[in-house]
Design a protein. Structure first.
Length: 264
């Protein structure tokens, strides 16, 4: 089995290092990660400038690269150019901090896993629900290995990624696993206005998480209640509930399109 590891924190982040140590026993490991922290980059790609690639020396891996681009760039390059062979699984993380609810739209960690699916590989994004500097990633890495073994034994869906969030607790304090849906995750948008030495205005964004009502089966609820959350995510953003409704609603305007009135 060939596993591509990536993240939005770089090759030396403790989360990805923990995965290297844990997954090397079950697979051939390749690493492609950004040259610096790329949190919040979402699914952005580098189009208008070159992407620098430097080989890295990491113990326990088949090959590794530091990429001067986004997490999505890392997966694109590794899948299409660098690895050279079929990638059986993309694992993104372990992120230092959660990726819950609508966070997944901003997350470089989750977006890298989405790109893995787009490139034809089953993918997992995994995050630890803590920003503490002294967090131990060993349990999260061990859990990831067990998930991978179960998935490959039972078969893994190639068009859907798994977004896993692990509470930052001792293993004995974790109550279990819940298969969840994405919850609501919004932030207080605070912009502090500042001026640079030349008098130009710039803004620094901050703001904490807003507490909002959650569906009982949401990922946010699960982690808050000390459960590991596993959410299947598909990148098809179509709201199928509204497709037929809007076909009927807009059909009355189809005459405005002349011969193209049957496109609805």
């Amino acid at each position: 089995m060939r596993i591509l590891l990536t993240n939005d924190d770089g090759v030396h982040a403790r989360g990805i290092q923990a995965l290297i140590g844990e997954l090397g026993s079950i697979a051939e490991i390749f690493v492609a990660a950004p040259d610096r922290e790329r949190s919040g980059t979402g699914h952005s790609i580098t189009v208008f400038e070159p992407i620098k690639v430097v080989k890295a020396k990491l113990a326990g891996v088949k090959a590794s690269w530091v990429i001067g681009g986004t997490p999505v760039d890392c997966v694109k390059l590794a899948s299409s150019k660098l690895v050279g062979d079929k990638i059986d699984l993309v694992v993104s993380g372990i992120n230092h901090g959660p990726n819950l609810g609508t966070d997944v739209l901003y997350s470089g960690t989750v977006s890298a896993a989405v790109e893995g699916v787009i490139m034809g590989s089953p993918s997992i994004a995994i995050s630890l629900n803590s920003f503490a500097a002294d967090m131990d990633f060993s349990f999260a890495a061990n859990f990831t290995r067990k998930v991978i073994q179960i998935l490959f034994k039972n078969g893994m869906e190639k068009k859907t990624l798994l977004n896993i969030n692990i509470p930052a607790l001792c293993p004995k304090e974790i109550k279990g696993i819940r298969i969840t849906r994405l919850g609501v995750r919004n932030y207080e948008n605070l912009f502090e206005e500042r001026r640079d030495p030349r008098g130009n205005t710039y803004f620094w964004m901050g703001g904490g998480v807003l507490e909002e009502p959650q569906e009982e089966d949401s990922d946010v609820n699960a982690v808050q209640q000390s459960y590991i959350s596993i959410t299947p995510i598909h990148f098809d953003l179509t709201d199928y509930r509204l497709v037929e409704q809007y076909r009927k609603s807009f059909s009355q305007f189809s005459h405005l399109l002349g011969e193209a009135n049957d496109i609805l």
